[in-house]
Design a protein around this ligand. Structure first.
Ligand code: DAK
Length: 257
């Protein structure tokens, strides 16, 4: 599949998708989002890929949804817009999904990063939901995910007053996993993803599913869900391999089976 608005490649078991609209600060238009989701879904079923990484460029991860594309939209246009469906498809990606951010991470760009499982941020990353400046509010999960991450008080400032978070603040509040130098942020993120990609593939997916269940269920239901996934992993060859490798003091060789 060839793409016009993104770049894709596989490195060290990591499926990398890079937004490629630098002149528009990687604003997420419908066409680019369609390509992004298509590429991620393909990597999700590719056995050579164990972890997915989405990135932009140094100046911007993404400065939001494309304002020019939606400026004249009616409610019905927005309802018919496939845009929100892309976020639902993002949630159905079963392999770990990491965002490597730098520069502006705003609006839909921030919502995209927060919809990922983990965020590796360059020192220059600035996170925000500035939709209020356009007379709207976040519409792709921003009000919910930012509140889960930073709590109600700060979320209100971010959503109602367009307050940006620096990388340090984002780390402090647990929005991101780590801060890395601007010059090497993508390499660092690839290394981070490659480590995960080298682990037992089925267990990694089940681990992601179990952690994400926290946001969807009660503790009781979440514990039951975790236990079912845990028992299920005892039907995999990788569980037998992992435990045999430990007992015999050797490196495990994962099959993803
Ligand atoms: N959309 C379109 N173009 C954008 C853009 C955006 N979000 N952000 C930047 N650009 C373009 C600029 O128009 C400019 O293009 P030219 O004028 O050169 O043609 C180019 O990128 C460079 O931007 P600036 O000249 O403004 O660069 P500065 O360094 O001066 O400023 C900035 C950088 C990031 C502070 C500024 O560009 C800015 O404020 N950008 C807008 C940030 C923003 O408001 N983001 C939120 C967008 S609204 C939906 C759910 C959710 C959403 C949509 C639909 N559904 C349920 C269907 C999400 C909505 C949003 O994200």
């Amino acid at each position: 599949m060839s793409y016009e608005l993104i770049r894709t490649r596989v490195e060290s078991g990591v499926g990398i998708v890079q937004f490629n609209r630098p002149k528009a600060l990687n604003a997420l238009n419908r066409e680019m989002m369609a390509e992004v989701i298509d590429a991620l879904e393909q990597y999700d079923v590719d056995d050579a890929v164990g972890c997915l990484l989405v990135t932009g460029d140094q100046r911007a991860f993404a400065a939001g949804a494309d304002i020019k594309q939606m400026a004249n939209a009616t409610p019905v246009d927005m309802l018919a817009n496939p845009f929100i469906d892309y976020w639902d498809r993002l949630r159905r990606i079963s392999k770990p999904l990491v965002a490597a951010t730098s520069g502006f991470v705003l609006g839909g760009g921030c919502e995209f990063a927060m919809a990922c499982d983990m965020i590796i941020a360059s020192e220059s990353s600035r996170f925000g939901q500035p939709e209020i400046n356009l007379g709207i509010i976040p519409g792709a999960g921003g009000t919910q995910r930012i509140t889960y991450a930073v709590g109600k008080a700060l979320a209100m400032e971010i959503v109602l007053n367009g307050r940006f978070l620096s990388a340090e603040e984002a780390l402090h509040y647990g929005l991101i996993n780590r801060i890395v130098p601007v010059e090497t942020y993508l390499d660092e993120a690839i290394k981070f993803c490659a480590e995960i990609a080298a682990r037992a593939p089925v267990a990694v997916r089940m681990g992601k599913e179990a952690v994400n269940a926290v946001f969807e269920t009660s503790l009781q239901a979440g514990l039951a869900h975790e236990r079912r996934l845990f028992y299920m992993l005892f039907s995999t060859e990788d569980q037998k391999e992992g435990m045999d490798a430990f007992i015999n003091k050797r490196q495990a060789r994962w099959q993803g089976k």
